[in-house]
Unconditional design. Structure first.
Length: 95
């Protein structure tokens, strides 16, 4: 996987490598509390962004009240979303 900036696509092998890196930090024998918190946050961010096929700016604005359960799936409500014809309000995704 080559290093790139901006709006470059991340392949599934890149996602797997990043997620494994976050997991490995948590599982190392002498993981500090700070390392555990940072790697857990990075894993959660990465997973949410990947599963929502979303921009990082959309994921950073998510709050607990935007999440709900729909059966056994997680429902995510974006208060504002950038669409083809401008801003869309209350876009819901179920993952």
């Amino acid at each position: 996987m080559t290093v790139a900036e901006g709006k470059s696509v991340i392949a599934d092998t890149g996602y797997i490598a990043l997620a494994a890196g976050c997991r490995d930090i948590c599982l190392k024998p002498r993981c500090t509390a700070g390392e555990f918190q940072a790697s857990t946050f990075a894993w959660a961010w990465l997973t949410m962004q990947w599963n929502l096929v979303s921009r990082s700016v959309s994921v950073q604005d998510l709050q607990l009240e935007h999440l709900d359960w729909h059966g056994d799936a997680l429902k995510v409500c974006f208060a504002k979303s950038k669409g083809k014809f401008g801003m869309i309000k209350n876009k819901e995704l179920i993952i």
